[in-house]
Design a protein around this ligand. Structure first.
Ligand code: SF4
Length: 146
């Protein structure tokens, strides 16, 4: 009974932690745009939280620089199970413009799936708020099946 109540709360009001791992901030701006009244992601019960311990979903963007390795692992481990990871933007998925034709970039440890499992990918440089909202909807669908 308590577990099904928890699951219902998670699916109808998923809490999201946003983690930036470098990049140009374009993806951050588009992610935060989903919260403004024009796109209003909160109509789906979605809430942005400031602590990973309270989150159900982690949104990660940026090309994932080496200095973020311990922080990303720490954040990932702090989010309680079951959790969903959404990688937003070309940088998060492939290191984007920072990936020079597959040459190794001394500053990067990415893409993000090298370090943590990614459940939902939202491509684009940067992706539009509509695409990010669609990614969050996929993440909620996945959450409901866990
Ligand atoms: S994917 Fe594009 S917009 Fe997003 S952080 Fe990388 S360079 Fe910036």
């Amino acid at each position: 009974m308590f577990l099904s109540l928890k699951k219902k709360a998670r699916v109808h009001s998923p809490w999201i932690y946003h983690f930036h791992t470098g990049g140009c901030n374009g993806c951050d701006i588009e992610t935060f745009a989903t919260l403004i009244p024009r796109f209003d992601i909160e109509r789906f019960g979605v809430k942005l939280v400031s602590s990973p311990r309270h989150a159900d979903i982690i949104i990660v963007n940026g090309p994932f620089t080496k200095q973020f390795v311990p922080m990303l692992l720490r954040v990932y481990n702090q989010v309680p199970n079951p959790k969903i990871v959404i990688a937003i933007g070309s940088c998060a998925l492939t290191c984007g413009v920072f990936n020079r034709n597959g040459e190794e970039n001394y500053a990067l440890a990415g893409p993000i799936e090298k370090l943590i499992p990614v459940d939902v990918c939202v491509p684009g440089c940067p992706p539009k708020p509509e695409a990010i909202i669609q990614g969050i909807m996929y993440a909620i669908q996945k959450l409901s099946s866990l």
